[in-house]
Design a protein around this ligand. Structure first.
Ligand code: KIV
Length: 272
């Protein structure tokens, strides 16, 4: 029997709370498939989100609404097979939890059983508190999501910054406290003013993970395809691109096409 010890320590929901307590920032990215999840995990990410943004970046839909529970389970089980260290959080898709707490629990159980994910995420404030309590009481960790909640895009009518007005900001702060009380282990704050995100982060003991929420949150999340520069059309102010794959991939493919056409590929060393 091998006695070789693994060098890494798996990230858990408790590790995230400890990271907040010692002021260590949490790095989170999305992934939707095995190969990318493997690379993301090997690069030292703390949390991988199998986001319902798969509906946009993997399937080409305009919104996150069309993706189904079965699709999410497929993506999440592919991701899980590529991950050794990171905590894997899976989005509950639109329509799988809003009806009632019982339906939400059975959706969350399907995700945990059929994909092997470690936690679920759902959108909303006080209106989803009883749902969160039900899921958490069955032993499934829940991450909340406040601010711009893309599953409600047709209610908002726009992807603009949320909670700029005093009343909505006060509601968001109250919602964050309610999510903490309901048992969430962390909460995503999407596209809200940095000052409000700071206030929320200081007011709750669970970690806040920001996307377009400034620097004074406990962690950051970006959509993998956006930060790798696979999409030139989507350019929100909060996005930092670390690669320009929208140029690099077509250049590589163009070179391959050229090599095939010119009979340069394969050469003798590449043949049997
Ligand atoms: O689905 C997703 O990618 C998300 C992040 C933007 C937080 O919810």
């Amino acid at each position: 029997m091998s006695t070789a010890k693994k060098e890494y320590k798996k990230v858990t929901t408790n590790s995230l709370v400890e990271m907040k307590q010692r002021g260590e920032r949490i790095a989170m990215l999305t992934a939707y498939d095995y190969s990318m999840a493997r690379l993301v995990d090997q690069s030292g990410i703390d949390v991988i989100l199998v986001g319902d943004s798969a509906s946009n970046v993997m399937a080409g839909h305009e919104t996150t609404l069309p993706i189904t529970l079965d699709h999410m389970i497929y993506h999440a089980s592919s991701v899980i097979r590529g991950v050794d260290r990171a905590l894997v959080v899976v989005d509950l898709p639109f329509g799988s939890y809003q009806g009632n707490a019982k339906e939400a629990l059975s959706s969350a159980i399907r995700i945990m059983k059929e994909s092997g994910g470690h936690a679920v995420k759902l959108e909303g404030g006080k209106e989803v508190v009883s749902t969160i309590e039900r899921i958490v009481s069955s032993g499934i960790p829940v991450m909340g999501h406040l601010g711009l909640t893309p599953q409600s895009i047709y209610k908002f009518g726009t992807y603009a910054v949320r909670a700029k007005e005093e009343q909505e900001a006060a509601q968001l702060l109250a919602d964050a406290k309610a999510l903490e009380e309901a048992g969430c282990f962390a909460v995503v704050l999407e596209k809200i003013p940095a000052q409000l995100a700071k206030l929320v982060s200081e007011s709750i003991s669970i970690p806040t993970i920001g996307i377009g929420a400034g620097a004074d949150v406990d962690g950051q999340v970006l959509v993998l395809h956006d930060m790798l520069g696979m999409n030139t059309e989507f350019s929100p102010r909060f996005l930092r691109r670390y690669l320009n794959l929208a140029e690099q991939i077509p250049a590589a493919i163009g070179a391959y096409v050229q090599d095939v056409k010119s009979r340069d590929f394969p050469n003798d060393q590449e043949s049997y």
